[in-house]
Design a protein around this ligand. Structure first.
Ligand SMILES: Cc1ncc(C[n+]2csc(CCOP(=O)(O)OP(=O)(O)O)c2C)c(N)n1
Length: 683
């Protein structure tokens, strides 16, 4: 088979093996260039896939780039969504989109999202990024083909590390049960994942025997020998013996670029310009990849993005953005996640503490537990990419008196495993700490699948669960230590990836379950020193005009909003730092609502986890009956995230200080009108 014109069945182009080898090299060159241009993304696992992609998209798959939804086309499901750049380049080289557009990788609103989204780009068959789901989609798709009496094939691309997800094996079982010989699974068996060698992170071998035992046919090939790749794919399509086929491709992560080959560190890293140039030279394609054109195209797109973002930002008398004024209000930035690792490093000596790794250990800082303490390695339990089982395993550890801590992207720590959290942890009330890392949109270019925006709904809704969302790295450290030793039961701490302002210090109070009040004192060279923080319980009403209730990195945004509101409008703001979302400090919210009459909530989450709880507390409280309270909510407005730079996303999703201040001003105008009406009525 080959690329077809679906209107007349004619072959558009049939590539020879030699031509495919050459195309794969150029495709690798595009991969390096577009990743370099994006500044983030996955080099290792896209390079290891490229020979398979060239063979599949340019020769073996039956599809028509001019008719991407042709109903008789073969379907190609990318379960390992992080390999998206290879998918985009495959589509571009097959003619589904322009090659130069692949340079728009990971840019805001771009069809070339960090992880693929089928609603954004024709030729993408499904949305993915959360590992271990693609094979199930492929099973459903293959069943649909059978019901529709269609003879197309469904291919599903996975990684070897991905085989650690239990859901993969449910789909493996289903495919064999239904004798889906129209289904071909392809495993990019490069033997590395994020935390290191697959064999060490969580052994999956022998993959071939496992699939065979489940009732599959297995064809094993060298995934870089083009003849074998084409043969393997075509053979897999031809077999019609009532068994699904696994094409197990032995590959090398980072293939084609000497310094990337077999290096786990290049999993989620991108080359800088020098490294890209070196890679292009090694591949022998420096002349064939129009690097300047790609970069210029991306820069042009980016300029438009910035223009649009600037136009939609609320405007004030001057630019109040972080560190925009060199002479004043300079904030020091550090990612909140660092505080988590610092606490584990300090407190991990307690022999009860056990940390469970889920193959993203360095970036979420949980590996700090053992980084400087090799003797703790026996209490470091690498569980692979298996969030559901790890959650229940943590329950088992807690049952015997251990203090288990596990963490991953918040969306995989609080959504992927939600039923395990609910039943095995919360119902059983086990003492387990979950770290929901990289929360919110500010995780950036990875895009929607990796941006937890619903986790706090789930975690706060579970009986017994305690939830803390610290405002900066200092508070994250304190909160981690507190949760670890002072709070017994299921507990969830949520922090972010991007560096955000440090707004507290060693002396700032942190009492679990009790809010802090933060007040703007006046401009200062040091942003943090422009504010005073007190425990709310020790705070006396200063008759402020309004309250901003915030959690997490929205607290620094609320502080910046208080600065804007004072300077531009003369408003005094009470900020409530609700670091503990559950149990929430009800009295502090009631007092603030009563005393100020205007409450704006701010969360880097779908609106409601904080906002509606605060609103519920106010409306339910007899103490506030009769007092008019105006409420406004800042947060994500019922939409999925997007790729983009972290601070661009803060603007796009309207979770900045400027948006808080704008909302506050709106409410203050209404408050004034209400007061005037009341006055007129009295007169
Ligand atoms: C459910 C889920 N957990 C964790 C991740 C984060 N993650 C992205 S890629 C990756 C490693 C994948 O390894 P492998 O399947 O071997 O792919 P390859 O090495 O070929 O890139 C992990 C853990 C994710 N995307 N989805």
């Amino acid at each position: 088979m080959a690329l077809l014109d679906s209107s007349n069945g004619k072959v558009i182009r049939d590539y020879s093996t030699e031509e495919l080898v050459e195309q794969a090299k150029i495709m690798r060159g595009y991969d390096l260039a577009t990743l370099c241009c994006a500044g983030s993304g996955h080099a290792g696992g896209t390079l290891s896939m490229m020979d398979i992609v060239a063979a599949l998209y340019l020769k073996v798959a039956k599809h028509d780039p001019k008719n991407p939804t042709w109903e008789d086309r073969d379907r190609i499901i990318w379960s390992g969504g992080h390999k998206a750049p290879a998918l985009y380049i495959g589509l571009a080289f097959a003619g589904f989109c322009e090659k130069k557009d692949t340079a728009l990788l990971r840019k805001l609103s771009s069809p070339f999202q960090g992880h693929p989204h089928w609603l954004k780009l024709p030729g993408v068959e499904c949305s993915s990024g959360s590992l271990g789901q693609g094979l199930s989609i492929a099973v459903g798709n293959a069943l649909a083909a059978r019901l529709d009496k269609k003879d197309y094939h469904v291919f599903c691309i996975m990684g070897d590390g991905e085989q650690q997800e239990g859901s993969v094996w449910e789909a493996v079982m289903e495919a064999a049960h239904y004798k889906l010989d129209n289904l071909v699974a392809i495993i990019d068996n490069n033997r590395l994942q994020i935390d290191g060698k697959t064999e060490e992170v969580m052994k999956v071998e022998p993959i071939d025997e496992k699939y065979k035992a489940f009732g599959w046919d297995v064809i094993q090939i060298n995934g870089h020998d083009m003849k074998q790749v084409v043969f393997g794919l075509e053979e897999a399509k031809q077999r019609k013996n009532g068994k699904p086929v696994l094409l197990l491709c032995d590959t090398v992560k980072g293939k084609g670029v000497s310094f990337m080959e077999n290096q786990a560190g290049w999993h989620g890293k991108t080359p800088n310009k020098d490294e890209m140039a070196k890679g292009l030279a090694e591949l022998g394609v420096a002349e064939k990849v129009p690097v300047d054109e790609l970069f210029a195209h991306a820069a042009g797109y980016q300029k438009e993005v910035e223009k649009k973002l600037d136009a939609k930002m609320p405007k004030f008398s001057k630019n109040y953005w972080w560190n925009a004024q060199p002479e004043t209000m300079q904030a020091k930035m550090k990612p909140t996640r660092m505080g988590f690792g610092e606490s584990l490093s300090e407190n991990g000596g307690d022999p009860r503490v056990v940390c469970l790794g889920l193959d993203i250990s360095g970036s979420i800082t949980i590996s700090e537990f053992y980084a400087k303490h090799p003797e703790r390695k026996e209490r470091w339990l690498s569980m692979g990419i298996a969030e559901q089982s790890a959650t229940a395993a943590a329950a088992g550890l807690a049952k015997e008196g251990k203090l288990p801590v596990f963490g991953t992207y918040a969306t995989f720590a609080a959504a992927r495993n939600l039923d395990q959290v609910r039943v095995s942890l919360c119902y059983a009330n086990y003492n387990v700490m979950i770290a929901g890392a990289h929360g919110g949109v500010s995780v950036g270019p990875d895009g929607a699948t990796h941006q937890a925006l619903e986790d706090l709904f789930a975690m706060c809704s579970l009986p017994n669960m305690m939830v803390v969302v610290p405002c900066d790295s200092v508070e994250t450290k304190k909160a981690t230590t507190n949760l670890l030793f002072e709070q017994k039961g299921p507990k969830y701490i949520r922090f972010a990836r991007e560096a955000t302002p440090i707004v507290s210090d060693e002396n700032t109070p942190f009492v679990f379950g009790k809010a802090n009040v933060i007040r703007f004192l006046g401009e200062n060279a040091d942003f943090a020193k422009a504010f005073e923080t007190r425990l709310e319980a020790n705070y006396r009403n200063e008759h402020e005009d309004l309250t901003i209730v915030a959690c997490g990195p929205m607290v620094p945004e609320a502080m910046r909003a208080a600065w804007i509101l004072k300077k531009d409008f003369g408003y005094e703001t009470r900020i409530l730092n609700i670091h503990t979302m559950k149990p929430i400090h009800t009295e502090a919210i009631i007092r603030a609502a009563k005393q100020t009459g205007v409450v704006v909530t701010a969360e880097e989450h779908q609106i409601g986890a904080l906002g509606w709880r605060v609103a519920g507390i106010i409306t339910e409280s007899p103490e506030v009956y009769g007092t008019p309270v105006l409420t406004g909510y800042i947060g994500v407005k019922d939409r999925f995230g997007d790729s983009g730079a972290p601070w661009e996303l803060v603007k796009e999703f309207e979770v900045s200080a400027e948006h808080i201040a704008q909302k506050a001003v709106e409410l203050m105008k209404t408050k004034k009108k209400v007061a005037e009406k009341e006055l007129a009525a009295v007169k």
